[in-house]
Structure formats: structure tokens, C-alpha cells
Write a protein that binds this ligand. Structure first.
Ligand code: CTP
Length: 401
């Protein structure tokens, strides 16, 4: 699938980078797409609607328009028309409005009405971009399934040097073109993903858990969905959220529940990814009442939990592709490879605890992939979303080799 004949809706908000919207429209039109443009009122201070309307060969919208019945409908119509919406540049204010549904202009109202995939390319000054509120907005927008095209580094309009420049129009076009190329590559595939920690109850108010945030598993689910797969995400307790028409999410607490959800309809899956940090043991008994403090030492008797990946590895069919994760603190490579064999994985992703910025709770990770075929792929420190992309690329390559 290519970008040709696709309906691209470009939303332009009021940043100095709005001038790049002209180049972007030209690139999309040259690639054969149909382009319509919405501008915020502020954006019209930086570039004229006439420029974008001439380049897109379509009227440019800045205001809500009423139909004959007196209803405001153009945000709904534009949202339904688009195969893909891209908001570039997205200012800090626009990011906040998009993240929180503050629909005070046509651009945001159309974003809220759109059913198509949405790409967001922020542009703002260095320190603004680094503010925790913007980081949070981007996390929220990603969790809604939007694709973020990160700003690039370089000289900014303020004269400062750093990250915040709108991605170059060529790079935005490439991201969108890749989207259409990969959007259907897994459309006949069903993927099972386990994610997050498990909480093993001690009594009604306490549990044994771990520091897993679930971010890697959720990033993998997003990537699988972006390739057109149908995904069943079995998630332990996390603060993350994700929604997509092709996604079924089962929220669980303990390992046994995670196993029950993952093993149901197991034969239907083409690919299983075990990204959850499952507790190996659980308290042998769960007290029905809150355990009272007794003063002396306390011990909790523990029973082994089901090993989800190991159990399902035993019934895995040759056409099913399984990916495991390992977090080791010594003999990393050897331990990971022995887990690959023992649990019948086709690939195992070894997390590094030694790299700054990698592992639990972080947005970035540094991993090495080991394959059944003895191949090894070492990835540099990057965002979990990018790692998810590399993992799926590697699975595709490994299936086809
Ligand atoms: N796993 C699982 N169920 C378990 C434990 C682990 O599905 N009860 C999966 C994890 O999701 C991961 C892989 O198995 O994909 C390896 O997990 P890890 O905890 O590193 O392995 P363990 O077998 O528990 O080994 P260790 O002795 O290192 O804890």
C-alpha cells in the first residue's frame, strides 16, 4: 500500500515552523496524495491559507462551517474523509488541547472526531519541549494510539541549540509513507502479548510485586497494531492505557490469571510475546483478613507460580513464533540463550541492567536479541517504541529467512 490516492488531512498550528507546512503539502501532493489543510487562527499569522490552498489545490479551513441546516459539521466531515491525519507543526498549546480534549478550534475538534490514524509532529523551543507537562502530554497522546514524530535537534528560532525543531518535511513524509507500507503487513496475524508485573496477594491489602511498568509490552502492542495485527494484550497492573479496534485487552493481577487469559485460544495465535515480569512465587495461602502486626519476625511461605512461557512453549506449534524476555545480572548471554532453549522461544530479548536509562520504569531500553538460529542482534539505547519496531522487523526477517 502506498501514499498514492490516500486522503491526507494536515493540521497546522501556530509555530514559526508553520512555514514548513508548505513543503510538506507539496511533498504529499507530489507523492499522489489528496491533501486538505486545517489551520489554527494562530497558524495564519505565520503562513497564509492562500499558500496552502494553492499547493493543496483545495480550500483551507480555519473555522467551523455551518451546513444548510445550521449545524457545525465540517470537523466531522473532514475527520471521516481522512485516511490519515497529521498535525505538523503541533505547538505546546495544541499538544495540551489534543491530550486533554480541549476542543476550542476546528483543528482540535477534527482530531477528536477523526477515526483514522493520527501523526503528531511537535515543534517548540528547547526548554518548553523539556518541560514535564509536554512530556506528559506526549505520553498521553501516545497512549491514545497517536504516532509521535519526534522533533529534531539543531538551531531553534530562539537562537538556542537543541531538540525542538519540527522534523524535516522529508522525514515526516517518510514516516507516513512507511505507515501505509506496514499498515497491512500483519493484517492476517494474531498476536498475544503479556505485559507488566504480576501482583501476588498476601492478604486483602498487600501483595508481592515488582518494578515492571509494562511500557515495553504496551509499546509492542502498539507496534503490532500499527502493522495491522489483531492483538490480545494480557496486562498485569499498570498505569498505562491503550485503545484500538483490533485490540483486546485483558487486565489481570496474578500469574495464574495471566496464564488463564494467555492460554485461552492459544492455538489461534501466530506470534506470542512474553514481555511480562511474572512473579516466580506466590504466597502459599492468601489471608482472608488483613494480617496484624505481631512484633516478632514474620515469614511468608511461598509456592512456585505457573511459568506461562514455559507451559505454552510445550504446546507451541512450529508455525507459531514465540519471543521471550530475560533480565539477567550475571552471565547474561549464556542465561538468556539457555532460557531461549528451555522455553522453546524463537527469539529472546535480553534487557541490559548495566546501561544508564535502560530497564524498569524507563522510557528507553537497551537490548540484545538472540535467535534460535544462533543469530544475534545488538540494539543501541533507544525508546521502547523504537525497540518494539526493531523487534517486529527482526521477527519478520527471521520468519522469512
Ligand atoms: N515468564 C513467564 N512466566 C513466569 C516467569 C517468566 O511467562 N512465571 C516469562 C517472562 O515473561 C519472560 C521469560 O519467561 O519472557 C523469562 O523470564 P525470567 O523471569 O527472566 O525467567 P525465569 O524463568 O523466571 O528465570 P529466573 O530464574 O532468571 O527468574
Amino acid at each position: 500500500m502506498s501514499i498514492k490516492d490516500k486522503n491526507i488531512l494536515l493540521g497546522v498550528s501556530g509555530s514559526i515552523a508553520a512555514y514548513k507546512a508548505a513543503l510538506l503539502v507539496r511533498l504529499f501532493v507530489k507523492a499522489g496524495a489528496n491533501v486538505q489543510v486545517i489551520m489554527s487562527e494562530d497558524a495564519t499569522q505565520f503562513i497564509t491559507p492562500l499558500t496552502l490552498s494553492t499547493l493543496s489545490k483545495n480550500p483551507v479551513y480555519t473555522k467551523f462551517i455551518k451546513n444548510n441546516a445550521g449545524e457545525w459539521v465540517n470537523h466531522v466531515e473532514l475527520g471521516l474523509w481522512a485516511d490519515l491525519m497529521i498535525i505538523a507543526p503541533a505547538t505546546g498549546k495544541t499538544l495540551s488541547s489534543l491530550a486533554h480534549g480541549y476542543s476550542d478550534n476546528l483543528l482540535v475538534a477534527t482530531y477528536l472526531s477523526a477515526r483514522c490514524p493520527v501523526y503528531i509532529a511537535p515543534a517548540m523551543d528547547l526548554d518548553m519541549y523539556l518541560h514535564p507537562s509536554q512530556k506528559r502530554n506526549l505520553e498521553i497522546l501516545s497512549s491514545y494510539g497517536n504516532h509521535i514524530i519526534e522533533p529534531e535537534s539543531g538551531e531553534l528560532a530562539s537562537g538556542l541549540d537543541g531538540k525542538g525543531r519540527l522534523a524535516e518535511p522529508e522525514n515526516i513524509l517518510e514516516a507516513v509513507a512507511n505507515f501505509f507500507k506496514t499498515a497491512s503487513s500483519w493484517s492476517d496475524k494474531k498476536v498475544l502479548i503479556t505485559a507488566g508485573p504480576t501482583h501476588e496477594a498476601i492478604d486483602p491489602v498487600r501483595f508481592i510485586g515488582n518494578h515492571s511498568s509494562g511500557k515495553m509490552g504496551y509499546a509492542l502492542a502498539e507496534e503490532a497494531l500499527s502493522r495491522g495485527a489483531t492483538v490480545h494484550l494480557v496486562s498485569g497492573p499498570t498505569s498505562l492505557s491503550i485503545a484500538h479496534p483490533n485490540l483486546k485487552i485483558t487486565k489481570v493481577q496474578a500469574a495464574q490469571e495471566m496464564y488463564n487469559a494467555a492460554s485461552e485460544h492459544f492455538d489461534d495465535y501466530d506470534c506470542m510475546i512474553y514481555a511480562a515480569a511474572v512473579a516466580d512465587y506466590r504466597p502459599s495461602t492468601v489471608a482472608t483478613e488483613k494480617i496484624k502486626k505481631k512484633g516478632a519476625d514474620m515469614q511468608i511461605a511461598m509456592t512456585p507460580n505457573v511459568d506461562i512461557a514455559l507451559s505454552l512453549g510445550k504446546i507451541k506449534k512450529p508455525h507459531q513464533y514465540a519471543v521471550g524476555f530475560a533480565l539477567e545480572t550475571e552471565n547474561e548471554a549464556l542465561n538468556a540463550q539457555s532460557k531461549l532453549e528451555r522455553k522453546n522461544f524463537d527469539c529472546i530479548v535480553l534487557n541490559s541492567l548495566r546501561t544508564e536509562g535502560a530497564g524498569f520504569q524507563h522510557d528507553t531500553n537497551q537490548v540484545t536479541l538472540y535467535f534460535k538460529s544462533n543469530k544475534k542482534l545488538e540494539l543501541e539505547l533507544k525508546s521502547k517504541r523504537e525497540i518494539a519496531k526493531d523487534i517486529f522487523d527482526a521477527i519478520e526477517q527471521s520468519i522469512h529467512s
